[in-house]
Design a binder for this molecule. Sequence first.
Ligand SMILES: Nc1ccn([C@@H]2O[C@H](COP(=O)(O)OP(=O)(O)OP(=O)(O)O)[C@@H](O)[C@H]2O)c(=O)n1
Ligand SMILES: C[C@](O)(CO)[C@H](O)COP(=O)(O)O
Length: 230
Amino acid sequence: MNPKVVAIIPAGGSGRRMQSRNPKQYLLLDGKPVLVHTLLRLQQHSLIDEILLVVPEQDRSFVVENIEKPYRLTKIREVISGGKERQDSVRNGLARVGDDCDIIVVHDGVRPFVAEETLSQVIGAALRFGAAIAGVPVTDTVKQSDGAGNISRTLNREALWLAQTPQAFGRRILQEAYLKAAEEDFHGTDDASLVEHLGIPVKLIPGSYRNIKITTPDDLVLAGAFLKQD
Ligand SMILES: Nc1ccn([C@@H]2O[C@H](COP(=O)(O)OP(=O)(O)OP(=O)(O)O)[C@@H](O)[C@H]2O)c(=O)n1
Ligand SMILES: C[C@](O)(CO)[C@H](O)COP(=O)(O)O
């Protein structure tokens, strides 16, 4: 039997660094909200069975009426209220995952350029090894600051990667990681950090430099250029 794959899409942020009136997940790219671009990529992926979409609590009905229904996002099983931090939003999504799920894929609602191939490879590696994320090698030289405006050391770039989403995990592994994080008040900026905290190895799958997270106004300019090329 095929494994059941559920995608949790955290889109519950307010986009402070974008400094726009509307949260960045609703800003238009080529006439469609950023979040719709992202969701269509997951909707169209043959390995993804269900989507749990997490949005700001006050936006749930807006998202159902203006995103889920008009764009026929039929894989969305539930639109869930987000929490204060990204980790809280993913936790709310995780609470709605059924026991029949084998693999959970977490993917930021604001990474609209995720490639089909990246999703396939990350899901495949999670099936084989239990935990896998997409990432790209660092291309700049990385300095550690001493916190007072000086460099304390230069890190070895050979070993450094930028973590992206998608990040995929066996269901029980991610549930256990979130449980331990709650018990120990552990906070991470991605889901893999929580699994690493469990002591479980996580595979790094080379992704794409195009899989940007829309974070600042400059990212929207870049996204517009990528769309023109597609
Ligand atoms: N409480 C939160 C915060 C973030 N996210 C989601 O997690 C993803 C990555 O977060 P980020 O880029 O930091 O989004 P924001 O928190 O909205 O941005 P900022 O930090 O600039 O406020 C986004 O899809 C965002 O909507 C979420 O679901 N719930
Ligand atoms: C999960 C993530 O996209 C991996 O790079 C990133 O850590 C999210 O960070 P943010 O500060 O919530 O944007």
